[in-house]
Design a protein around this ligand. Structure first.
Ligand code: T4K
Length: 397
């Protein structure tokens, strides 16, 4: 590794010529994709329950160890359909510290979110606050398995059983993660995964809903819609959330590569773990409550006092180096124009979410990061801490 002369924000050259992104961006090599696409063109069957989609759904059911894996156009549609298919009413408890799609899906289904805070260490839904938020209008808890870690599903199931609430999971970050040796995918009434290009299992755009409930699965298939589905059931609302054969082809190839890619992420995480360990004010968030993680996100918390720079100032340093670190999630959903008025009427404080949305940052991991790059990114963070005074002066100029 070349010794870096000076930080780009202080006038040095950028450390990377090309931008380094936070997303996974694992894609099969061109020859494998070309072969798969040739098959689609030869069959002249491009969409609506094609053979590749069927194969992908079978393989995903086995991967997630669940009866039904229903592929959809993306994770957002999966969430919208799920809330509708569960025939929920009134309010749904959800963390505010999540991607906006989680909560927008609740609105799309005509339901009202009730924001719950998260645990300061794990960033997962704070189960201790749940019972205080339950009232007769609440019909479900939509928990989010965050960062390649997980909520405590058994504890959540116990609370939901006690109050007769539906429990569903946004597992957009959780493909291949395991809790006590059991893969995410069969907890609660259903789970929703994202197969966006930035995720571990990618179909470029895509997602899937997993469930062991036959009736629920039939409703979801009917809602998608799937004209070629063997059996149709009555559903009130239908949307077009089909997954095409081209998407399924990429999904199948990426599924084959899952373990190799997961291991690559784990190796990168280990480098960050080692290199960031002794930098004051940097806390690397380990995936929590899981016995196996996909390491889909590398999350750091920046303590401004100890580090010398705020999270936003460090992000400026990194972006100047072409390291596209991201503020996931900022702001907390309860602070967005759409949801702030709802939160104000509920009035439950969310101090941990407020804090994390100011201190939390994602570092690059995935296909375009290797061990040398992870070391270099860590070294730049260390330099930023050591030269914090000069950096602040430059930013404030
Ligand atoms: N629930 C949770 C908890 C989620 O995090 C998400 C999605 C969902 C539900 C909804 O699932 P989907 O409906 O998306 O399936 C990204 C992703 O678009 C989104 O999937 C993800 N979570 C969210 C956390 O991050 P952006 O807008 O911040 O990232 P994006 O797509 O701009 O990608 C990041 C950077 O990577 C780009 O600036 C450039 C680079 N990039 C990206 C793509 C897609 C590439 O170089 N090539 C590419 O093909 O939302």
């Amino acid at each position: 590794m070349n010794e870096k002369i000076g930080l780009a924000i202080l006038g040095g050259a950028a450390s990377f010529a090309e931008p380094i992104h936070v997303g996974q961006l694992y894609f099969p090599d061109w020859s494998r994709y070309e072969k798969a696409m040739r098959g689609i063109f030869e069959r002249q069957y491009y969409n609506n329950n094609g053979p590749l989609l069927t194969e992908l759904e079978q393989k995903l059911a086995s991967f997630f160890n669940v009866k039904h894996a229903i592929c959809v156009h993306n994770g957002t549609f999966g969430l919208m359909m799920s809330l509708e298919a569960l025939q929920l009413t009134g309010k749904v408890i959800v963390p505010s510290f999540t991607f906006i799609a989680t909560v927008q899906a609740i609105r799309w289904a005509g339901l009202t979110p009730v924001f719950c805070d998260v645990d300061p260490t794990t960033h997962q839904l704070d189960i201790t606050q749940l019972e205080g938020l339950i009232d007769p209008e609440v019909s479900a808890v939509l928990a989010v398995n965050l960062w390649g870690g997980a909520c405590k599903p058994k504890e959540l199931e116990a609370v939901c059983d006690k109050y007769n609430l539906n429990l569903l999971f946004d597992s957009a970050h959780g493909a291949g993660c395991e809790v006590d040796g059991k893969r995410l995918g069969s907890f609660g009434r259903l789970e929703v995964f994202s197969f966006h290009a930035t995720k571990m299992i990618s179909s470029a755009e895509g997602g899937c809903i997993t469930t062991n409930d036959d009736d629920l699965a039939a409703r979801l298939v009917a809602m998608r819609p799937s004209y070629a589905a063997a059996q149709s059931v009555e559903v009130v609302r239908v949307l077009n959330a089909r997954m095409s054969e081209a998407q399924a082809a990429i999904g199948l190839l990426n599924l084959q590569d899952f373990e190799k890619n997961r291991q690559h992420n784990e190796n990168i995480f280990a480098v960050y773990h080692q290199e960031l360990a002794n930098i004051p004010g940097v806390e690397l968030v380990a995936p929590t409550n899981v016995t196996r993680s996909n390491y889909q996100y590398v999350v750091v918390n920046i303590d401004e006092q100890a580090f010398g720079l705020s999270r936003d100032q460090l992000q400026e340093v990194l972006v100047a180096e072409n390291i596209k670190a991201r503020k996931y999630f900022y702001p907390g959903i309860h602070r967005t124009i759409e949801f702030h008025p709802i939160w104000l009427t509920q009035g439950n404080p969310l101090p941990v979410t407020e804090k994390l949305s100011e201190t939390c940052m994602q570092l690059p991991v995935g296909a375009f990061v290797d061990i040398e790059k992870a070391r270099r990114i860590s070294a730049i963070i260390k330099m930023a801490q050591q030269q914090a005074v000069e950096v602040v002066k430059r930013i404030e100029k």
